[in-house]
Design a protein around this ligand. Structure first.
Ligand code: HEM
Length: 485
């Protein structure tokens, strides 16, 4: 940079960057113009595959500050020591649309946070909703297919969406949430974030608790209507991306308070539903929010591709003091993310500046495409060894836990898909219910099968008879007799 000389990618000065080498001014271009060849070839390789879900998004840097002593629950250093600050990077996203799709669609929003802690990176890869559509990873590829485009028409396909949901009643809670006011946040700054799954915290004595994360926006929750969202999608498809960038640029730093709900381990055996089922919320009356700290976003990325596109988050990126739960979705996600990263970014994605831990990374992994650091130099490259190579830390082992049962393909024991969806409906004001019904009716109208509509109406009815009846009326159908019986 210093002498401002244009160079090739191998550092040699470029003689002419405006005219290719041709045989005379009208002659064909010569293959010997290596600078031209390199320029065109590199351009062809500018894209990496977009994320298979959550492709459209934006990110920011910031910090997390501990505001409450939770050391009796977790030994994770990031959450210990009131006043301690840990740098972080966050990425917000929509789920279904491609990179370049509109920000203001009705969709959950990704809320992925990477804490660069003193014990290595810790990622919370959550959404702006506390629950999810399904509760077993084995259904995820099918579910996402219904959210993507039809293989022939390449259009979004409401029939597939409602067919899948009507066959998967566990989705009802999340569907009610999504079709309600919070389904379209005004901006990324005006929404809460959730870890959604149950995780385990473990303290220095090895004692564990089950927890759920809640990031609560200090900007207040604000949502927009279908009409405003549709207008913005046309006028400024990057509305949320721009809003976050501009807010940070002008020093209006958005902030969230982080809370946890804490459940004693033994309660999981007796709670009225399975606390590992990600389609359910834990009552805050049973398990109130306990403050942990505050997240502030105060710096925009310098380069979108290097920082936002190449960022790789995984719910399996854990530090000592945080562990997983038996949630069947979470267990599948532990495989899915780094596998996606190896495909999308490469085997050495964790060495890229945005992903690299801010502590020394010491292991016996070597080589691979684009190994751009010193690859461990001449240090010992296997273990066990007699040459003083890095060794394990017994205190970082997982806290042991008992497992019992038959190994089989089996669902959760609890099958009540209706109570919490109905509770959410009953919590809404009459205006909110009217907007919810309007949105669902609008979304279901294009479904090409009355059978699918009726099956789904049955689910709404079971959540709350008024809910089901209003959707049926809106669609000009009767609530099916077998549901009324
Ligand atoms: C992104 C898989 C469920 C939140 C992704 C990606 C994959 C994936 C492959 C793209 C990763 C990349 O290329 O970097 C799955 C599977 C799931 C699942 C297999 C279920 C078994 C969930 C749930 C949540 C969630 C329940 C939220 C609670 C996210 C977020 C991103 C993401 C926020 C974007 C991360 C980023 O900003 O880079 N998911 N997902 N996913 N997923 Fe999931």
């Amino acid at each position: 940079m210093s002498n401002n000389k244009l160079t090739t990618s191998w550092g040699a000065p470029v003689g002419d960057n405006q005219n290719s080498i041709t045989a005379g001014s009208r002659g064909p271009t010569l293959l010997q113009d290596v600078h031209l060849l390199e320029k065109l070839a590199h351009f062809n390789r500018e894209r990496v595959p977009e994320r298979v879900v959550h492709a459209k998004g934006g990110g920011a840097h910031g910090y997390f500050e501990v505001t409450n002593d939770v050391s009796k629950y977790t030994k994770a250093k990031v959450f210990n020591g009131v006043g301690k600050r840990t740098p972080l990077f966050i990425r917000f996203s929509t789920v279904a649309g491609e990179n370049g799709s509109a920000d203001t669609v009705r969709d959950p929003r990704g809320f992925a946070v990477k804490f660069y802690t003193e014990e290595g990176n810790y990622d919370i890869v959550g959404n702006n909703t506390p629950v999810f559509f399904i509760r077993d990873a084995i259904k995820f590829p099918d579910f996402i297919h219904t959210q993507k485009r039809h293989p022939q028409t390449h259009l979004k396909n409401p029939t597939a969406i409602w067919d899948f949901w009507s066959h998967s009643p566990e989705s009802l809670h999340q569907v009610t949430w999504l079709m309600g006011d919070r389904g379209i946040p005004a901006t990324w700054r005006h929404m809460h974030g959730y870890g959604s799954h149950t995780f385990k915290w473990v303290n220095a004595e090895g004692e564990g608790v089950w927890i759920k994360y809640h990031f609560r926006t200090e900007q207040g929750v604000k949502c927009i209507t279908n009409e405003v969202a549709a207008q913005l999608a046309g006028e400024n498809p990057d509305y949320h991306t721009e809003d976050l960038f501009n807010a940070i640029e002008k020093g209006d730093f958005p902030a969230w308070k982080l809370y946890v709900q804490i459940m004693p381990l033994e309660d999981a055996n007796t709670y009225r539903f399975d606390p590992f089922d990600v389609t359910k919320i834990w009552s805050q009356k049973d398990y109130p929010l306990i403050e942990v700290g505050r997240m502030v976003l105060d710096r925009n990325p310098e380069n979108y591709f290097a920082e936002v596109e190449q960022a790789t988050f995984s719910p399996g990126t854990l530090v000592p003091g945080v562990d997983v739960s038996p949630d069947k979705m979470l267990q599948g996600r532990l495989f899915a993310y780094h596998d996606a990263h190896r495909y999308r970014v490469g085997a050495n994605h964790q060495a890229l500046p945005i992903n690299r831990a801010k502590v020394e990374v010491n292991n016996y992994q070597r080589d691979g495409q684009m190994r751009f650091d010193n690859n461990g130099g001449s240090s010992v490259y296997y273990e066990p060894n007699s040459f003083g190579g890095p060794t394990e830390s017994a205190e970082a082992k997982i806290a042991p836990f008992a497992v019992t049962g038959l190994a089989e393909s089996v669902a959760y024991d609890h099958n009540d898909h209706y109570t919490q969806a109905g509770d959410l409906y009953r919590l809404m004001s009459e205006e909110e219910r009217a907007r919810l019904v309007d949105t669902i009716v609008g979304a279901m109208k294009p479904v090409e099968s009355d059978e699918i509509k009726l099956r789904q109406i049955g689910h709404f009815y079971k959540a709350d008879p008024e809910y089901g009846t209003r959707i049926a009326q809106g669609l000009g159908l009767e609530v099916p007799a077998e549901v009324l019986a």
